[in-house]
Design a protein around this ligand. Structure first.
Ligand code: FAD
Ligand code: SF4
Length: 470
């Protein structure tokens, strides 16, 4: 039967159903429910199979999107999962956490007027379903070499690098200071976006493929970097960025002011029964103000709601159009009861007579000329100061690189912001100025995205394979 090319008009875009409002305001479980088989087939059929698939180019790992949409439409789930793993090491994660509105779906031809194909949700469906059906990557044809690579950091960049290496016969050993794999996927992103079981399933799969994990191992403390350089044929650095940006606000260290990431990690540990250095902070019955407008800020407001805060606001210094956070997550936060206060720049934390937080002093802003990235800079409006009442404040201004001393001592080149210099065009992709050392993910890009970290991990593995002449 001939394909109905007007399917995209007859069948409207649908997103996966979300859990009820009452569940979403108390429970730390993924809010999107799985799509049904029929929904996936119908939605995948909306793809126009454009000659030049913009979605594929905009996707940082260049997924073969139209091809696996076609397989999903035909019900060929195993084939679709095989194909999706050719370009992506964690497709089930990207389907959940990518800001698709800015990436693949934002570039879909149908986005203008008809509603983009629900690419992310279908990517998640294909891979979850294939795993459920018992599919696992087949490495039986891989010829093992005697080459070994140390990967430092079990976040998306490190995992993606190890995935490509092991599929090419190189044995990766992944070191991480934390007790679980995933980096920020596990110790950062809350379970209402990404349940932790997704990562434990992935760990089993990676281990069965031959990737070795040495967790609870802080390189530079428990094992020296020099010894890894001696023992392995090459090293991949994927340490992420962890130094929180400070606002330089008056009373920033007052009791009741919290850094975003420790707050999120403490909450995850409490839910999972894990131990790390970050204590659990409960914001039950508090009036919470979160400062910042990125993904981390969105995760903090939504965590506060679920903890039972009385009122949660997000104050951001630009307008909604200039927010860095994913549109989907802003919408989700709004639905869950978060109040957004735009064009407000924080000036300082207000404290009561006991020194505890009682508010945030802010000034109204107007947007000025665009900066180098095209984002308009906020300019304070004189005389427009006000105080937002708060008994807990979370600071989510982002992160900057934190290269450890051993890296600096090794002479690895850093840029003026502390990011490791490693380009995809180096003689070998993502090689640093030290020939055995490669790097990728947030520590090269600065805080970015899961999928860009995956793309870099995969690219670095290709660079290492060339370097090792595998
Ligand atoms: P990381 O994920 O940070 O992993 C680095 C790993 O290195 C960590 O496990 C760390 O323990 C380990 N490590 C560091 N130093 C050492 C050492 N000396 N020895 C051993 N191990 C070490 N992106 C999205 O695309 N979508 C989202 O929804 C999203 N939400 C986010 C929410 C939050 C709260 C945060 C903070 C970030 C979010 N991001 C999101 C960004 C995304 O998580 C990161 O860009 C991505 O995880 C970077 O991957 P990475 O592998 O470079 O580093
Ligand atoms: Fe879209 Fe991310 Fe999947 Fe690429 S990896 S297709 S950007 S959801």
């Amino acid at each position: 039967m001939a394909q109905n090319v007007y399917q995209f008009i007859d069948v409207k875009r649908i997103d996966p159903p979300k859990r009820s409002h009452s569940e979403r305001t108390i429970e730390f479980v993924e809010i999107y429910q799985p799509m049904t088989n029929t929904q996936v087939e119908g939605q995948a059929d909306r793809c126009l199979d454009c000659g030049n698939p913009y979605c594929e180019w905009k996707c940082p790992v260049h997924n073969y999107i139209p091809q696996w949409l076609k397989l999903a439409n035909e019900g060929k789930i195993i084939e679709a999962a095989e194909l999706s793993h050719k370009t992506n090491s964690l497709p089930e994660v990207c389907g959940r956490v990518c800001p698709q509105d800015r990436l693949c779906e934002g570039a879909c031809t149908l986005d203008e007027g008809f509603g983009a194909v629900t690419i992310g949700s279908i990517e998640k469906y294909i891979n979850d379903k294939a795993f459920e059906m018992g599919w696992r990557p087949d490495l039986s044809a891989v010829i093992k070499t005697d080459r070994r690579v140390a990967v430092i950091g079990a976040g998306p960049a490190g995992l993606a690098c190890a995935d490509v290496l092991v599929r090419n016969g190189v044995s990766p050993v992944v070191f991480d200071r934390y007790p679980q794999i995933g980096g920020l996927l596990t110790f950062g992103i809350p379970p209402f976006k990404l349940e932790k079981e997704v990562l434990s399933r992935r760990r089993d799969i990676f281990e069965s493929m031959g990737i070795e994990f040495r967790l609870n191992t802080n390189v530079g403390v428990d094992v020296s970097f020099d010894s890894l350089l001696d023992e392995y044929d090459a090293v991949f650095l994927a340490l992420g960025t962890y130094t929180p940006m400070k606002g330089g606000l008056v009373n920033e260290d007052a009791p009741g002011v919290y850094e975003a990431l420790p707050f999120l990690i403490g909450n995850i540990n409490n839910l999972m029964g894990w131990q790390t250095e970050h204590p659990y902070v409960s914001l039950k019955d508090k009036t919470v103000v979160v400062l910042g407008g990125g993904d981390t800020a969105m995760d903090c407001v939504r965590t506060s709601i679920r903890q039972g805060a009385t009122k949660v606001s997000c104050a951001y210094r630009r307008d909604e159009a200039n927010m860095p956070g994913s549109r989907k997550e802003v919408q989700n936060a709004r639905e869950e009861g978060v109040e957004f206060l735009f064009n407000l720049q924080p000036l300082g934390i207000e404290v009561d007579s006991e020194g505890k937080v009682c508010g945030v002093k802010v000034v109204r802003t107007e947007l000025g000329a665009p900066d180098a990235k095209g984002r308009r800079s906020p300019e304070p409006v004189a005389g427009s100061e006000q105080v937002l009442p708060a008994d807990a404040v979370i600071i989510a201004f982002g992160f900057q690189p934190s290269p450890p001393q051993w890296l600096i001592d090794m002479g690895v080149e850093l840029d003026s912001k502390g990011r490791v210099v490693a380009s995809e065009q180096s003689p070998y992709a993502l090689q640093t100025n030290q020939q055995k050392i490669f790097a990728g993910g947030d520590m090269v890009l600065g805080s970015d995205l899961v999928v860009t970290a995956i793309a870099q991990g995969r690219k670095a593995a290709e660079g290492m394979l060339d370097y090792l002449q595998v």
